[in-house]
Write a protein that binds this ligand. Structure first.
Ligand SMILES: Cc1cc2nc3c(=O)[nH]c(=O)nc-3n(C[C@H](O)[C@H](O)[C@H](O)COP(=O)(O)OP(=O)(O)OC[C@H]3O[C@@H](n4cnc5c(N)ncnc54)[C@H](O)[C@@H]3O)c2cc1C
Length: 409
């Protein structure tokens, strides 16, 4: 079968890898380069056990401060966009304990399968991507927030996650570069099995390996519509002409809503804007972290990728505005100076912004959708966990297109 994958972010490329392995002829279309969307400069964390959705009941207490403080990591710029309002209301509707528990269970299952598939990809193509499996510490500043984390940890323990609460001294034993931050920590959740890698390098390596296996890449090619015939998609319409295939997979990240609409499908995917910086680290032992660290009070994540430190954070509902305000970058640099004062001279910051393709509940949309043509599959809406979940959701797409799978008419 000839399958055309729309989007060469981590989700589209993982999908192309799974489909090629399954014996399909694969074409990948993207208007830019692989990883040029949300995947390129993301937080670099393969967060298999730490999947708590943003839509959580704790948001209600934090919301006024998060929305009103000028230095808040969360920002809302109300727009005349019905999707923003519809998405926002659905998000608030999902901020309850039952929905958060159900979503956590589904995300943990998908993340576990994604870990297996990522490892299979590593064995298959041996990507050079600054991969590490040094674990993760999520720091909490106060006793109350640490207690809240304990409740989530207990919930996740019943779902198979291996995590434990550690004291500030234990934190420093696990990650000596946190020594100067001792006074700011009440404790942390430690997950020894978490990993990190440079997602942009994974994208580039997937393209290299897939090209060598005959996958066709149409880069610099903008998808703007679909030609339909007898209830199916016959071709995608692009600035390079029509591209025909037997089946299509939409993996267009935060652009999915717009193109889904052209097919009569409602995809509740809204851009949740974030930022990162990437700095060279001081190689002196103990200066820069080797373990992934999330500072929950600052809502900033730190991941070591080779000789660099990736620092990422913020969540803004501001539409598709791709500007990078200097204040956001300074906040990330200040967080780095505060948490890891010896990690880097912060000479070159490499500022970056990306749009998490977020659904209200935090669950990705994977497979066929009612009302949409049956040969169009969707693999989108991975929100804050796209790198983590990409290989598992790609596996689900491959299973849906396996020669043995029944094709609905
Ligand atoms: C600040 C930040 C930190 C993050 N940290 C982490 C993390 O630590 N761990 C984690 O698991 N996830 C993280 N994420 C989330 C993760 O990066 C995303 O979920 C993931 O990149 C989504 O991948 P994607 O392939 O769906 O979308 P994208 O990477 O955005 O890819 C979509 C592709 O579609 C292409 N495209 C769009 N429209 C068209 C069109 N009309 N025609 C042709 N091509 C088109 C784009 O060019 C793009 O290449 C983070 C995200 C951000 C923003």
């Amino acid at each position: 079968m000839h399958v055309c994958v729309l989007g060469a972010g981590i989700v589209g490329l993982a999908t192309a890898w799974q489909l090629e392995r399954q014996g399909h002829q694969v074409t990948v279309i993207d208007r830019a380069a692989p990883g040029a969307g949300a995947s390129g400069g993301n937080g670099a964390q393969l967060s298999y056990s730490y999947v708590q959705p943003l839509a959580d009941p704790s948001i209600w207490k934090q919301l006024p401060k998060l929305l009103l403080s000028p230095t808040s990591p969360l920002k809302l710029r109300p727009q005349l966009d019905p999707l923003q309002w519809r998405w926002g209301l659905a998000f608030l509707g999902a901020c309850n304990a039952q929905t958060s528990r159900d979503t956590t269970a589904q995300l943990l299952a998908l993340a576990a399968s994604s870990r297996t598939e990522f490892e299979a990809m590593q064995a298959d193509i041996a990507p050079d991507c600054d991969f590490s499996a040094t674990g993760k510490l999520v720091l909490y500043a106060g006793a109350a927030s640490l207690e809240g984390a304990r409740a989530q940890l207990e919930l996740q323990r019943t779902m198979g996650s291996e995590q434990r609460i550690v004291t500030p001294d234990e934190c420093i034993a696990i990650e000596p570069a946190l020594a100067d931050y001792r006074g700011q920590m009440a404790g942390a959740v430690y997950t020894p099995s978490e990993c990190a890698a440079d997602c942009l390098k994974v994208c580039a390596e997937l393209m290299r390996a897939l090209s060598a296996r005959g996958v066709r890449f149409m880069l610099g090619t903008d998808v703007h519509g679909f030609a339909r015939s007898e209830g199916r998609v016959a071709a995608v319409q692009t600035n390079e002409g029509d591209v025909r295939a037997d089946a299509f997979v939409m993996a267009l990240g935060s652009a999915s809503h717009k193109l889904g609409r052209a097919l009569g499908a409602y995809l509740p995917v809204y851009p949740l804007k974030g930022y990162s910086i990437t700095v060279e680290v001081d190689p002196t032992p103990g200066a820069a972290p080797r373990v992934n660290v999330t500072d929950s009070a600052r809502k900033v994540v730190f991941a070591r990728i080779g000789s660099r430190l990736r620092v990422a954070g913020m969540a803004e509902l501001v539409g598709h505005d791709a500007s990078i305000p200097a204040t956001r970058i300074e906040t990330l640099a200040a967080a780095t100076r505060a948490v890891f004062p010896h990690a880097s001279r912060l000479e070159e910051l490499h500022p970056w912004t990306g749009m998490r393709p977020a659904t209200p509940k935090g669950l990705p949309i994977i497979g066929r959708l009612p009302g949409a043509p049956s040969n169009m599959l969707f693999n989108t809406g991975h929100g804050a966990l796209g790198f983590t979940l990409a290989f598992g959701s790609a596996r689900q797409i491959a299973l849906a297109l396996a020669p043995s799978a029944a094709t609905p008419s």
